[in-house]
Design a protein around this ligand. Sequence first.
Ligand code: PMP
Length: 285
Amino acid sequence: MGLKIWLNDKLVDEADAKVSVFDHGLLYGDGVFEGIRVYSGKVFELKAHIDRLYESASAIRLKMPVDRETMTDYLLQTVAANNLDDGYVRLVVTRGVGTLGLNPLVCEKGQIIIIAATIQLYPREIYENGLKVISANTMRNHPLAVSPQIKSLNYLNNILAKLEALDRDMLEAIMYNHMGYVAEATGDNVFVVRAGKVYSPPISAGSLEGITRAVVIKLARELGYDVLEQNLTRYDLYVADEIFLTGTAAEVIGVVEIDGRTIGMGKPGPITRELLAKFEAYVRQ
Ligand code: PMP
């Protein structure tokens, strides 16, 4: 039996979940989305995700077809209809059906798509042994282009960096901004540990305002660590004691190599492991 997919105003069978080829989400990547986790039957940080979705929509002047409460209700209905206890929800709002041509104003109504399924970004083994990454040549979107804070359907910037990693048999790439500072990984935020302190680039360095990032900062502070949001260079990554990435799908994952340089002891470090354990406990509270 297939999934039940939310399409606009109702649940439909997976086989019937079809959208028009004239949807500008498809034609131009014109739309916004969220990736959200469900842990032990509870949607994790739901309000933060709904807020970010509406802020992304507002930034691209996409008129949302329903209000936040209704969207939340649709999402919860989709999770329930698929009996999802532990999983991943993809919530997409496209600009809607239009004509050929960029003009978004001809798209009458945004389309809502909600898929409640599962995701495994990295094999379990990588959480124990750590991830190897490269520095991407593809620069993160300039803040005067599409803002990196918008979670839009147009991920080409990050996809190009991801391809650079895959070309070298690696799964992730670190992206830098137009000034050479660390922005983020292609689908995750970046953290560095040095001399017992935890660092993450500020959002203004060109990253998505990660919801996992915010939770991990809170948990790290609760554990007594100093967490500083400051610009980081490639050098800071090379000399880090630990590097880890955070994201909805990845959760907390250690990085053990960048550009051929081993980080720390070549295994996820103690603070990374402590934060992963704390995060895993927190999401099931
Ligand atoms: N940066 C990018 C580009 C992302 O797509 C994501 C989400 N996968 C993140 C960072 C992490 O954000 P969050 O913790 O909210 O999932």
